[in-house]
Design a protein around this ligand. Structure first.
Ligand SMILES: *[C@@H]1O[C@H](CO)[C@@H](O)[C@H](O)[C@H]1NC(C)=O
Ligand SMILES: *[C@@H]1O[C@H](CO)[C@@H](O)[C@H](O)[C@H]1NC(C)=O
Length: 478
């Protein structure tokens, strides 16, 4: 057994070396690529190596030796040993049984003699078995000792190799860093683009998301159950004088499509419909090119961000200029109800694309063919037209969650527990890249289905649109 343990640690050494080499090779190819990219004032770098090449043959040799050694150890003829033990196990009770029969039936006559003979034979066979067993284990002991010695030798070889390797890799690493710095300096001179906005982790004023309370608002508003799908909330970056305004977008056509934003000057206007709500129309028709498809829309900076009708694009409708600009998502982005939010019983139609707001701006959650339907998160950069910022690929299957939201640069996802409870179970921290699958924060629902969910950074509330109801919850931070 001892030799097995040694073998294992030897393989880890080999792997560590190979991985280090990968890193160097990757860096080298990176430099090759940047070299070709530049045109007039070229950012060029050359990577020359005067060092002796890494003794790859020695590594292969050691690897071969190690493989051979394991196969001898693992093929141990264990089955032979086992069958002998089994035989013994079977014969001993048999012997015991025969003995007891003999005792009972001994009439001093012929029958007793025959039985005794049977038992003597049995004993002889058992003795042979035990002898054979003892020589076999002797043999195996040799094998163990041999392999242990071999493994110890291997370990020495590997340590030597690693010493050599560390030395080389460290040198190359320093070279690479020097080149990388030079390259960055050179690139910086050429780069006129502003850097993308970073998730505001260090500016996140509230600490860690721990729980929610509520609901606080629970209302169907003016239309009393007419529009099952939609979205609502407040603009996190409102215009002066519109800080307390609310917006609502209802899927007025087929539960799927919308062509206007309804804007309310206060919460009471939204809830009871008094005052004068204003409609901002994207187009007179519904649906048509660049109107809204699906409920997971957001208003930010007095512009509505949403999935454009019949396209894998994000649209932005400027409520002031009444113009739409579009942003094409990566090739293979799924749309037209092919990658919806779902639970076991049903999927929510046209929820392929989910826009979200947090302290740092607007995000989009979607999935692509290349991500095998897993959830993909991208930051949207404001600008005209908006552009795609950094992208994160998650290991969360989009159709296994019911909705998502962003808060303080962290993505959260929910799942359906039952008619009255939804669980916020998943998070992805975009700064550390760490995914968690067991948050265990529960939402007490007012109705079974959540069709829209978004976090509002100005009041730290979650806004839900749930079976024609507008519901809000207060987010509790640490
Ligand atoms: C979260 O809040 C609910 C009540 O809103 C409470 O029952 C629950 O214990 C809280 N959970 C934690 C982890 O604080
Ligand atoms: C919307 O249009 C107005 C007027 O043209 C402009 O000032 C504003 O910057 C635009 N907003 C966005 C988010 O592009």
């Amino acid at each position: 057994m001892c030799s097995r343990v040694l073998m294992h640690s030897s393989f880890i050494h080999i792997q560590a070396i190979i991985m280090k080499f990968h890193a160097v090779i990757l860096l080298c190819s990176l430099f090759g690529f940047t070299q070709q990219q530049s045109s007039q004032e070229a950012c060029a770098c050359t990577l020359t190596s005067k060092e002796k090449a890494f003794p790859l043959e020695s590594l292969n040799l050691v690897n071969d030796k190690a493989t051979k050694c394991t196969s001898t150890v693992t093929q141990l003829k264990a089955s032979e040993l086992e069958s002998m033990m089994l035989g013994l196990e079977h014969r001993l009770p048999q012997l015991l049984e025969d003995m007891s029969i003999l005792e009972k039936e001994d009439d001093g006559g012929l029958y007793g003699v025959v039985s005794l003979q049977l038992i003597e034979n049995e004993l002889k066979e058992i003795k042979e078995l035990v002898d054979k067993l003892s020589t076999t284990t002797q043999g195996h002991k040799h094998l163990y000792t041999d392999s242990a010695k071999q493994a110890a030798n291997l370990k020495e070889d590997l340590q030597e190799l690693e010493l050599y390797d560390t030395f080389q890799v460290e040198k190359k690493r320093q070279d690479n860093q020097r080149l990388k710095r030079a390259l960055h300096e050179c690139e910086a001179k050429h780069d006129v683009n502003t850097p993308p906005t970073q998730p505001p982790h260090d500016m996140c004023p509230h600490g860690k998301f721990v729980n929610i309370t509520g609901p606080e608002v629970f209302s169907q508003g003016e239309y009393a159950g007419s529009y099952k799908y939609g979205g609502w909330g407040r603009d996190p970056k409102p215009e002066a004088g519109e800080e307390r305004w609310y917006w609502r977008v209802m899927m007025t056509s087929n539960n799927r499509y919308a062509n206007y934003v309804r804007y309310y000057s206060s919460l009471s206007t939204l809830v009871v419909g008094v005052g004068l709500p204003v409609n901002f129309h994207i187009h007179a028709s519904n649906p048509t090119t660049n109107t809204v498809q699906g409920p997971n829309v957001v208003l930010y900076g007095k512009a509505l961000y949403y999935n454009c009708y019949n396209k894998g694009d994000v649209c932005r409708f400027n409520l002031t200029s009444k113009t739409v600009s579009t942003l094409e998502l990566p090739k293979g982005t799924r749309f037209n109800s092919r990658a919806n939010y779902c639970h076991l019983e049903e999927c929510y139609p046209y929820t392929d694309m989910d826009l979200a707001t947090d302290e740092s701006g607007v995000w989009v959650v979607y999935s692509t063919v290349h991500s095998f339907g897993n959830l993909v998160l991208s930051k949207l950069e404001e600008g005209d037209p908006p552009t795609l910022g950094r992208t994160w690929h998650t290991s969360l299957f989009k159709q296994a969650v019911t909705n998502t939201f962003m808060a303080c640069g962290t993505l959260y996802a929910t799942r359906y527990v039952d008619k009255s409870i939804e669980e916020i179970f998943y998070s992805l921290d975009t700064v550390t890249g760490v995914e968690k699958f067991n948050l265990g924060i529960f939402i007490n629902k007012m109705s079974p289905n959540i069709n829209f969910l978004n976090y509002s950074p100005i009041d730290q509330m979650l806004y839900l649109y749930s079976d024609a109801n507008m519901v809000s919850y207060k987010v509790l931070f640490e």
